[in-house]
Structures are given as structure tokens and as C-alpha cells.
Design a protein around this ligand. Sequence first.
Ligand SMILES: Nc1ncnc2c1ncn2[C@@H]1O[C@H](COP(=O)(O)OP(=O)(O)OP(=O)(O)O)[C@@H](O)[C@H]1O
Ligand SMILES: [Mg+2]
Length: 234
Amino acid sequence: MRSITINISQEPSYEMSEAMNVLRTNVSYSGEGVKLVAITSVDENAGKSVISFEMMRNYANAGLKTLLIDADLRKSVFSARHGATVDDGLPFTGLADVLSGKGEINDAVYKTNIPNAYVLPVGNYVLNPTPLFSGKLFSAMLDVLKKAFDFIIIDTPPLGRVIDAAIIAPNCSGVIIVVGANEVDYRQVNDAKNQLLRVGANVLGCVLNKVGQENTRYGGKYKYYSKYGSEYRY
Ligand SMILES: Nc1ncnc2c1ncn2[C@@H]1O[C@H](COP(=O)(O)OP(=O)(O)OP(=O)(O)O)[C@@H](O)[C@H]1O
Ligand SMILES: [Mg+2]
């Protein structure tokens, strides 16, 4: 298996770690066999990629063999943000390559320098990625990966911008909506939830991100709301 090194010098804050522990617990109680979760939001910048990465780190630290799939084929920030470099020096192969039949899944899943954490990056640029998620290859790929990993997180683009997340989510055991505090109206969140329900996705709940930013070093506290609307505080 290929490997990448990512910059992990910035540890999550205490609040972040605690929030991720609570999130992991809540996800584990959200239904049996929930092991493939899509992360989406209403609009850009809610914090999907931050939450996806921290979930990967938290699940991996808990001893679960965890895969982060970067499915934001239009605007991935993973490599740049985490200073990812491929250890064999060869070009990145990733999701877009696999789904367009130009790459093998075995070359596209990378072991990281975080024990138990693996990444499937975006790979090469494609002009119109949406159809790639509706093809049979995508669900077949997920079936293979589900057998190989204990938990899989898929970071997707915002629902209000492109349809990709609504195509991806029904292939997952659940979807979480990340909401930036004071950034969107509850009706927009409700619309996003209904859109996901209409396509048959299992909406697990929301993460309310960027709460009371000014108080913390990493700038965030997190709350998790179950689909029944109850609030978990930490
Ligand atoms: N809890 C937080 N506290 C402070 N800043 C945050 C927090 N969560 C996210 N951010 C910042 O907000 C910005 C957007 O975060 P991120 O890239 O994770 O959002 P996103 O939802 O993935 O965006 P996009 O829709 O563009 O993919 C980044 O600069 C990130 O560092
Ligand atoms: Mg993102």
C-alpha cells in the first residue's frame, strides 16, 4: 500500500477532542452498522473538511481502522491544508482517477503517518465530477472499502452549491450536516435535511460548528444534535 505523510503538528484542542468523542459516541448509537458516513453542509465554509479530518483522527485514535475519502472533487483542500506528500514521490492517484477508470483503488488509498488513519484523496482534476458518483463504480468501490475498514468518512461539497452530496449520501449508512453557527438560517438547514431525506439518505444529525470561536485556541466548540432535535452539550 502507498503511504502519505501529513502535517500533524497541530494537535486538536481539548474542546475539539471532547467534541469528537461525543460525536463518535452519538454516531455509534445512531444505528447498528453505521460505518460509512457522509459529511455535508448547506453552504461553503461550514467546516466539513475540518470536522471530517478530526473525525478521522478521533476514530483512528480510538483504534478503529479509519478511511477519509475526499469527495470534494472541485475544491479539495486536503493536500494543501495538511501538507500531504506521497512517500514514493509518484503522482497522486485518487478518487477521480478510480471513478473514471484511470486508476486502481489499491493505488489510491494511502496509509498516513497517523496510526489507523487512511486517506483516499481527490486525485486528478476532472471537468464534471457529478456523473462519477452516480455510476456503478462508486457504489462498488464503497462496498469493497467497507469490508476493508472499520469506519469511513466522506467529505463532500456543500448541498447548496452542487448536487454531489445528495448523490453520495444514499450510498452511505448516514449523513451529517455541518452547520456554521450563525451562518445559516434554520430553514436552510431544514431544506437541506429534506433534500437528503427525499433521496433516501439517513440523516443522522447536525454538527453545530464554530460556536463561541473567540474563546478557544482552535476557534471552535461543537455541539451535536440528533435527528430528534435533542442537544448534547460538552
Ligand atoms: N471550529 C472552527 N473554528 C474556527 N475556524 C474553523 C472551524 N471550523 C472550520 N474553520 C475554518 O473555516 C474555514 C472553512 O473550513 P472547512 O474548509 O473545513 O469548511 P468546508 O465546509 O469544508 O468548506 P468548503 O465548503 O469550501 O469545502 C477554514 O478556514 C477553517 O479553518
Ligand atoms: Mg471542504
